[in-house]
Design a protein around this ligand. Structure first.
Ligand SMILES: NC(=O)c1ccc[n+]([C@@H]2O[C@H](COP(=O)([O-])OP(=O)(O)OC[C@H]3O[C@@H](n4cnc5c(N)ncnc54)[C@H](O)[C@@H]3O)[C@@H](O)[C@H]2O)c1
Length: 341
């Protein structure tokens, strides 16, 4: 496999660390970095001995890159990804994909028309324990899929009032995990949200979202005030339960006995436990996928990113209206929107 040549856009906390990672991995090559804050671009460029730019168009014009990794704040994802696709570059976008389902929809269609590979950096999918949880969860035929994490108070650049900031920026991973296990889009969403309950910053600090899939339900919740509370990744199913524990996935089943009673069976399927982030695995997988050497799974493609954005949009609408929101209604509006590739 050739190394996929990357340009990184955004040299803040996340972009700088992924740029460093790219220089240590096989299968990817860092060519250049870019940040509107030139001092940040220069710092990373000089540290890693690669070209650096203040302007994204200049990076596109002056370097030979195959792909762009975008790690700016969410507000800029759409315009940068759109520009990159129109220039024929593959795109790995940080989460969440965009600020609206309409923007995500446009990127999906543009990438399809232009033959571009697009993915979202939902790297939790690359942890062996999440992969095993999903596999076993599907076997037990889910009735309820729960994903809950409590980040504590988020860093200052996330404490903003936008509906994609605050704890939403963190729990977007959990929404993706539930959709990934479910293997389909929910029919409807009901959500409750708070601001100023934990911090006084206007940032969303608590979310509880119920995703109705028809034959089962998803539940995603978390609070900035819940620091210290356990993360919960649990699937209760018709054929048993699967939940993540410290060394793998615990499976509980009721098995019928010849005497007509039920016996409780319990097992832990241990998995490789990674303390490090799995962004390295995701980057290498993206490179192999772009080069036609592997399927997209477990990578979150632009289509997966759009599904999460539909749920985010439904969460915002449900929060405003206090009502259950049907995703079909959002999709119908998107399909009517004009599009010029
Ligand atoms: N996948 C993960 O686990 C994970 C972890 C942390 C952050 N993130 C995501 O990464 C993204 C960045 O987060 P961060 O904490 O590094 O933010 P940050 O604010 O520290 O950095 C963003 C950088 O982008 C630059 N920028 C803004 N507009 C630009 C443009 N048009 N062209 C070039 N540069 C531009 C800013 O100057 C800034 O340096 C967000 O989308 C966030 O959700 C993902």
């Amino acid at each position: 496999m050739d190394a996929l040549r990357f340009g990184v856009v955004g040299c803040g906390g996340r972009g700088a660390s992924v740029a460093h990672l790219m220089t240590q991995l096989s299968g990817v090559e860092l060519i250049a970095v870019c940040d509107v804050d030139e001092s940040r671009a220069r710092k990373v460029g000089e540290q890693l001995n690669v070209l650096y730019f203040r302007n994204f168009d200049d990076m596109l014009a002056e370097t030979e890159i195959d792909a762009v990794y975008v790690a700016t704040a969410v507000e800029h994802h759409f315009s940068i990804a759109r520009r990159a696709i129109l220039d024929g570059k593959h795109v790995l976008l940080e989460k969440m994909m965009t600020t609206s389902a309409a923007e995500a929809w446009e990127l999906v269609r543009l990438a399809q028309v232009r033959g571009i590979c697009g993915a979202i950096s939902y790297q939790l999918r690359f942890y062996p324990v999440f992969q095993k949880w999903r596999e076993l969860g599907q076997e037990v035929q889910p009735l309820l899929i729960i994903s809950s994490r409590n980040p504590g108070i988020m860093p200052p650049n996330y404490l903003r009032p936008e509906p994609w900031a605050g704890i939403i920026d963190f729990l977007t991973h959990d929404l993706d995990l539930v959709l990934w296990v479910a293997g389909k889009e929910p029919e409807s969403v009901f959500a409750t949200v708070t601001r100023n309950a934990v911090t006084e910053t206007e940032a969303i600090d608590t979310l509880c979202a119920t995703l109705e899939f028809g034959d089962f339900t998803g539940l995603v919740y978390g609070s900035m005030g819940g620091w210290g509370m356990p993360s919960v990744h649990a699937i209760m199913g018709q054929k048993g339960n699967a939940r993540i524990v410290s060394n793998g996935v615990e499976i509980n089943k009721w098995l019928p006995t010849p005497s007509g009673t039920y016996e409780r069976v319990n097992d832990v399927v241990s998995t490789e436990i990674l303390r490090a982030d799995t962004t390295d695995r995701m980057l290498q997988h993206f490179s192999a996928w772009v080069q036609g050497e592997t399927d997209a799974q477990p990578l979150a493609t632009f289509e997966d990113g759009l599904r999460v954005m539909l749920v985010h949009e439904a969460i915002w609408m449900s929060w405003q209206s206090g009502q259950t929101v049907h995703l079909e209604d959002i999709r119908r509006k998107l399909e009517k929107a004009s599009f010029s590739p």
